[in-house]
Design a protein around this ligand. Structure first.
Ligand code: NDP
Length: 488
């Protein structure tokens, strides 16, 4: 991008380590099977538009078969198994993710478009960490603060998005299994391949048939799954709009739900912040994973006295990012996940300009094939602008300024969302003052986008409800026991 300080030789990761089948069926009751109504769709590599594979689309009879398999496995095997035995399966899955890490990273990069450096160093290790962490909980549920004998709900329907396909699968499946539930999971239409590879891991781990079922398909399959009467618990990550539809669909039923929805996080930089460090945090906050991150710090609130300095340093830094082949180990910015998402980012950016904000994009050559968008910064943004209010889900940052901590707080909280926020300052007292008042599920201080399976994640307001990760995340998969618990 722009004028590189020095040239990098290409450093492509080999794709020889993955073996993508020309077509895939559905993973139901421990084996791959053809869909009963026989339809399918293709999954593309967003960086080249190459067709990677033909994937089965689950219809009503398939979803029904998957839910029945999950119910039978729940009743006959999984819920009756001692926690320490369930834990062994989770440990096994964690180790298999580690053993096949390179293959999973390459597969994710091909199917999603995100840089191999991110899948290799973030997505896959964190997915393994979630299984390790929850394996440790499987025989200690009495210590979860939910009474002496908390019980699983039964069959969990899990619907995940395309931005972190394997990682979101791990966030959903690991706690559900640790708590003794069985699952039917639907990956996103554009990124089904790592979920199908995970189905193979389940077979390799000798997981009892039906404990995990994977049904591929589009939104219709997701709707069939969450509305199926045999489901006890729904876990969804995705857009606020679909989250609303799901909440409406299950209202009045006994189904429990956790919804992890959108965000419009404020990343707040005070004038005493270490600017170089803050610049790295801003870049990590919004340009990581092409901005396809629900907790991305898409609203930069910077104190007026340092705004020019911060914006100039940010533009300089963005000029050094390398956009291109996601399989290249030097790449920072990969492809946008789909033509539809690219269209949304382009539309929202055009709206930003039309409403009067000033657009700047890092100078770079976009590859001819595939879906690409350069890192973009909007200045002169008002709070009323749509780019300051709505989730764009792309590499687009809106910069606003403030003068006092009160103003920063008021602006940061002036959003229908409440998923995350960041604060950059050298004063510990100010960090605590802000963190106590920010209406966000996660507040990072002098860092951004750090995750750990032991740390609960989730939102307020239109960002959804329920937590994932940590002891709080387990609560989403357990019916509390009224009798007094142990510890905590
Ligand atoms: P969706 O919310 O549509 O997709 C999330 C998942 O839900 C996918 O597996 C999807 O299937 C499935 N789904 C869609 N409709 C239904 C339904 N009625 N019932 C049950 N499941 C359903 O997100 P999109 O992929 O369409 O992205 C749109 C916008 O959502 C993005 O621009 C972004 O702003 C936001 N988003 C937020 C995410 C977050 O983590 N907060 C993640 C992804 C998107 P399928 O993909 O096959 O259609």
């Amino acid at each position: 991008m722009s004028t590189p300080v020095f040239d990098y030789a290409p450093a492509p990761e080999s794709r020889a380590v993955v073996d993508i089948a020309p077509s895939y069926g559905l993973f139901i009751d421990g084996s791959m099977r053809e869909p009963l109504d026989g339809t399918s769709f293709t999954t593309l590599s967003p960086s080249t538009e190459e067709v990677l594979s033909e994937v089965a689309e689950a219809g009503p009879a398939d979803v029904d078969a998957a839910v029945r398999a999950a119910r039978a496995a729940y009743t006959d095997t999984w819920s009756a198994m001692p926690g320490r035995e369930r834990g062994k399966y989770l440990f096994r899955l964690a180790r298999l993710i580690q053993e096949r890490a390179r293959e999973l990273a390459v597969l994710e990069t091909l199917d999603n478009g995100k840089p191999i450096r991110e899948t290799r160093d973030v997505d896959v290790p964190l997915a393994a960490a979630h299984f390790f962490y929850h394996a440790g909980w499987a025989d200690r549920l009495a210590f979860a603060g939910l009474g002496a004998h908390p019980r699983p709900y039964g069959v969990a329907a899990q619907v995940i998005p395309w931005n972190f396909p394997l990682l979101m699968l791990a966030w959903k499946i690991a706690p559900a299994l640790a708590a003794g539930n069985t699952v039917v999971l639907k990956p996103a239409e554009t990124t089904p391949l790592t979920a199908l590879a995970f189905a193979d891991l389940c077979r390799q781990a000798d997981l009892p048939p039906g404990v995990v079922n994977i049904v591929t398909g589009a939104g219709r399959t997701g709707r069939l799954l969450v509305e199926h009467p045999g489901v006890d618990k729904v876990a969804f990550t995705g857009s606020t709009e679909v989250g609303r539809q799901i909440a409406r669909a299950i209202a009045g039923t006994p189904k429990k739900a956790t919804l992890e929805l959108g965000g419009k996080a404020a990343n707040i930089v005070f004038d005493d912040a270490p600017i170089d460090q803050a610049i790295e945090g801003i870049v990590r906050g919004v340009f990581f994973n092409q901005g396809h991150v629900c907790c991305a710090g898409t609203r930069l609130l910077v104190q007026e006295s340092v705004a020019d300095e911060v914006v100039a340093a940010l533009k300089r830094r963005l000029g050094t990012l390398r956009l291109g082949d996601p399989m290249d180990k030097n790449t920072d910015i990969g492809a946008i996940n789909s033509a539809t998402q690219l269209d949304r980012i382009e539309t929202m950016s055009q709206i930003g300009e039309d409403e009067g904000a000033t657009r700047w994009s890092a100078a770079c050559t976009l590859p001819e094939r595939g879906f690409w968008f350069p890192p973009t910064v909007f200045t002169n943004v008002a709070q009323t602008h749509r780019i300051a209010r709505e989730e764009i889900f792309g590499p687009v940052l809106s910069v606003l300024t403030f003068r006092t901590p009160d103003e920063a707080l008021a602006k940061a909280n002036n959003t229908p969302f409440g998923l995350s926020a960041g604060v950059w300052t050298e004063k510990g007292s100010r960090i605590l003052w802000m963190a106590q008042r920010l209406r966000a599920g996660v507040v990072w201080a002098n860092t951004f986008n750090h995750f750990d399976p032991a740390s609960p994640f989730g939102g307020y307001k239109e960002s959804g409800y329920g937590r994932e990760g940590g002891r709080h995340g387990l609560a989403a998969y357990l019916v509390p026991d009224e009798s007094p618990g142990v510890g905590v």
